[in-house]
Design a protein around this ligand. Sequence first.
Ligand SMILES: [Fe+2]
Length: 264
Amino acid sequence: MPEHKIGGSIPELPPDDGSIARFREYAESFKGESVFCDENIDLKEEHTLRVVAETTRLCAAEKIEPRLCAPARCAALLHDLSRFSQFRQSGSFNDARSFDHGDRSAEIAAAEGWVNHLEHRMAEAVLTAVCWHNKPAIPQNLSPDADTLTRIVRDADKLDIFKVLLEHLEHPDNSAVTFSLDPRPEVTPTIAAAIAEGRQAAHRDMRTATDFLAAKLLWPFDLNFAWSRREFLRRDYLGQLMSHLPDDELLRAAAARAAGHCLK
Ligand SMILES: [Fe+2]
């Protein structure tokens, strides 16, 4: 095991209904191939449990309807279910090399009965949230419940991905976190243009690890709840990210816009 474990402790998990134990057992079943693979299985297992905890906090802070809180936690628990088979098979979390992990996680959850305890329409809403948690945008035709669950999981996921990313930057011992991109401290022109225009950058256009990090300056614009935006600021995610980016006017301006948006 590495000395520094990315992610750290898992705070404030909700009372366990058995699904967390099932999830842990499922994740562990993909271990045993190599130390590198096992570390990345652990990374996603712990990430998922922290996303469940973030979801619990978001639901409380935003006073989400009580009937949606358990389904939201369920969607959070299932959102990355396919990450374990993905890493075991492809040695990467890069969807371009294997499959869309949101779609595949929803398929596995449906096929393996992870939402059978929910009423049919709520089960569909949970699977929809799993499916759309990683897409560039949320479609406009979702049911109100599916829309709410999708927005919750996307925010909770982003809050924890940032934590994992920043810890990785402090202790860069796992190249899977930044997809083994070119380590040069440069932003490629396509990504710079996206950042300047305030539109989300496409992963396929990223050439350097700096592209990957700089594109994260746009994430606050994709947060759905005021609590999530405040947490971005309270945890100084933008400041910490900037300390790992080149001192560049374009990036400073993007960070200032993102911080301003977090106050809205
Ligand atoms: Fe994901």
